[in-house]
Design a protein around this ligand. Structure first.
Ligand SMILES: NC(=O)c1ccc[n+]([C@@H]2O[C@H](COP(=O)([O-])OP(=O)(O)OC[C@H]3O[C@@H](n4cnc5c(N)ncnc54)[C@H](OP(=O)(O)O)[C@@H]3O)[C@@H](O)[C@H]2O)c1
Length: 244
C-alpha cells in the first residue's frame, strides 16, 4: 500500500509515518515546508492521482476539508484523524464521501472504543446518577473539548435516551441540575490524552478512565483503518467497523 500522510511533521502524523513504514508500506510524507524526507503538500493532487493508494490526514480542520475535496477528485480513500470540525466542514466531508470512502474517527485508540461501550453500560445501569466528563491533553492542543470527549458525550446522551445539558466548567452560585452533564477540560504539559467519565450517586462513585500513553496507539489505529479502507466503496465509515 502507498500511504500519503498529511501532517507528517506533526506529533501524531509523525507517528503514522513511522507506523506505516514499520509495517512495510511505502510512505509519502507530506509537509507545507518539506525537508529531504518529505514531499511538498502543494503537490497533493498529483501525488494522490499518480502515487498514493490512500491518504491519512492529521492536520487542522480547514486543511483536511481541502484535502478531502482533492481526494474526491482523484478517487483516493481518506482516513481522517483531525478533530474540531464545524457543521459546514462536516457537510463538506460528507460531500467528499459521495465520491470516495472516508473514515473519520475522533480517537483511533482501541481502548477508547471499549470505553464507549463501558460508558454506555454504566449510564444504562445507573440512570439516576450524575455524570461528569473530564479530559486532559498537552498544552499544544487547539480544540476543546476534545473530539473524543464530544463522542463520549454523544454516547452518554444516546444511552440516556435524551440530550443532557452540557455545562462547560462551573463558576458562580447555583446547584447542579439532574439534566446536566459537566464537561471539564485541562490543558497541561505533554499529556497524550486522558478521558474520565464519573458516575456519582448517593454514597458511591464509579470512575471510568482511558489514558493514551503514547501517540503510537493512535497511529496504529489509523494505519489499521487505512489498510481496511483502501478497497472500499465510496461512503462514510466508522472505526468500529475496522475493529469488528
Ligand atoms: N483521531 C485521533 O485518534 C487523534 C489523535 C491525536 C490527535 N488527533 C488530532 O489530529 C490533529 C493533529 O494533532 P497533532 O497533535 O498531531 O498536531 P500538530 O503536532 O500540531 O501537527 C499538525 C500538522 O498539521 C500540519 N498543518 C498545520 N496547519 C496546516 C494547514 N493549514 N495546512 C496543511 N497542513 C497543516 C502541520 O504540518 P506542516 O507544518 O509540516 O505542513 C503540522 O505538522 C488534531 O486535530 C488532533 O486533535 C486525533
Amino acid at each position: 500500500m502507498r500511504v500519503a500522510v498529511a501532517g507528517a511533521t506533526g506529533r501524531t502524523g509523525g507517528e503514522v509515518v513511522a507506523e506505516a513504514d514499520e509495517r512495510g508500506h511505502a510512505v509519502l510524507a507530506l509537509s507545507r515546508e518539506p525537508t529531504d524526507e518529505q514531499r511538498d503538500l502543494a503537490d497533493l493532487p498529483a501525488i494522490l492521482r499518480d502515487e498514493a493508494s490512500v491518504l491519512v490526514d492529521f492536520t487542522v480542520p480547514g486543511a483536511t476539508v481541502e484535502h478531502a475535496r482533492i481526494a474526491a477528485e482523484t478517487g483516493t480513500p481518506i482516513v481522517i484523524g483531525t478533530t474540531g470540525f464545524d457543521d459546514a466542514q462536516l457537510d463538506a466531508l460528507d460531500d467528499a464521501a459521495a465520491e470516495v470512502p472516508i473514515l473519520r474517527a475522533s480517537n483511533f485508540a482501541k481502548g477508547v472504543q471499549a470505553l464507549l461501550r463501558v460508558v454506555r453500560a454504566g449510564v444504562e445501569a445507573l440512570p439516576e446518577y450524575d455524570v461528569e466528563v473530564t479530559e486532559t491533553h498537552h498544552h499544544g492542543k487547539r480544540d476543546a473539548p476534545s473530539g473524543t470527549a464530544t463522542t463520549v458525550l454523544d454516547e452518554i446522551d444516546s444511552a440516556r435516551g435524551d440530550a443532557l445539558d452540557r455545562v462547560y466548567g462551573r463558576e458562580g452560585n447555583h446547584v447542579r441540575e439532574q439534566s446536566e452533564v459537566g464537561v471539564h477540560v485541562r490543558r497541561a504539559g505533554t499529556v497524550r490524552g486522558e478521558h474520565e467519565v464519573m458516575l456519582a450517586g448517593d454514597d458511591e462513585v464509579l470512575t471510568l478512565t482511558h489514558r493514551a500513553e503514547s501517540r503510537r496507539v493512535f497511529a496504529a489505529g489509523a494505519v489499521d483503518a487505512a489498510e481496511w479502507l483502501v478497497d472500499r466503496d465510496p461512503g462514510r465509515y466508522d472505526f468500529t467497523e475496522v475493529l469488528s
